[in-house]
Ligand binder design. Structure first.
Ligand SMILES: [Fe+2]
Ligand SMILES: [Fe+2]
Length: 291
């Protein structure tokens, strides 16, 4: 939590911070609700034809390997499922809102999105493997957005963030450690601030705020916080995309056990993530093409 009022004042002055469209807030709500139907999702998405076109393009890309062309969003939901289409719409919108912003020679924006998508898929895989079906959508969403604070720092604090990225190289630190030592706060704090500003559900806020905190058995952590933390560690350890860290963080078996991930289930999740990783590049290519 950011307690420094100078930092909060600086953050509060950011007027033109990227926003997600109303349609995407509705998709997020639909993803978080068990009662939303395929029809609801089709109605929500049909309000944004540019987004529909992009989602259809990705649905027709090599990643999904459909034998016939998908021509409309209703068919896409029927063929690929509610979750896949809602998640694609979310990923595409977040990328469009933040992905083309200011960047830095030492920040691999493409790798950042690969890491974010891998963490989203990993968090969803953990939920599925542990039969936590009610949590898989929120785990995916939290995983996709867990590092969004880095983009806010990169775009809105470029003078301060450059030295953070340099320190990382010269002193062999983790990114959040370098942020804390130079800025006095981390991308987790900024993500927490942003999600509160967007009035996102508390579970999403907590997963973003605490994804670099070691999981402790007491008090019992929320499952989604744990799933995102472990999926982030797995993506780093499996070198999928680039989180900004050059050091590989440890994955403690004790932390995995806290959310019920024993060694056998961990291997299962790793295998799922490894096979999904091959497709992430193709999805990202389809997302980043302008037409
Ligand atoms: Fe992070
Ligand atoms: Fe991360």
């Amino acid at each position: 939590m950011i307690s420094d009022t100078a930092v909060l004042k600086k953050l509060a002055k950011i007027k033109e911070i990227a926003t997600l469209s109303e349609v995407i807030h509705e998709v997020l709500t639909a993803l978080a609700s068990d009662e939303s139907s395929a029809q609801d999702l089709a109605v929500i998405l049909s309000k944004d034809q540019a987004l529909c076109a992009k989602v259809l393009k990705i649905a027709n890309s090599a990643f999904f390997a459909q034998s016939r062309r998908i021509l409309d969003i209703d068919s896409a939901i029927v063929l690929l499922g509610f979750d896949s289409i809602a998640q694609l719409a979310l990923a595409t919108s977040v990328f469009n809102a933040f992905g083309r912003g200011r960047t830095h020679a030492r920040f691999d924006i493409y790798g950042f999105w690969e890491h974010s998508i891998a963490t989203a898929i990993g968090a969803k895989d953990i939920a599925e493997t542990l039969h936590r079906n009610a949590d898989r959508k929120v785990a995916y969403t939290a995983g996709l957005l867990h590092d969004i604070g880095k983009l806010v720092l990169l775009i809105h604090f470029p003078e301060e963030y450059g030295p953070v990225l340099h320190q990382l190289d010269s002193e062999g630190m983790f990114l959040h450690g370098a942020e804390q030592s130079i800025l006095g706060f981390t991308h987790c704090d900024v993500g927490e601030w942003l999600f509160n500003r967007w009035n996102y559900p508390e579970r999403l806020v907590q997963a973003v705020a605490r994804h670099h905190n070691t999981l402790l058995p007491e008090p019992e952590p929320d499952f989604v916080v744990g799933a995102v933390r472990l999926a982030d560690l797995l993506s780093n350890r499996m070198h999928i995309g680039a989180s900004g860290n050059t050091l590989v963080p440890p994955l403690e078996p004790n932390e995995c056990l806290i959310i019920g991930l024993d060694e056998t289930k961990l291997v299962e999740v790793e295998q799922k993530l490894e096979s999904a990783a091959r497709g992430i590049t193709r999805v990202l290519q389809a997302m980043t093409e302008r037409r």
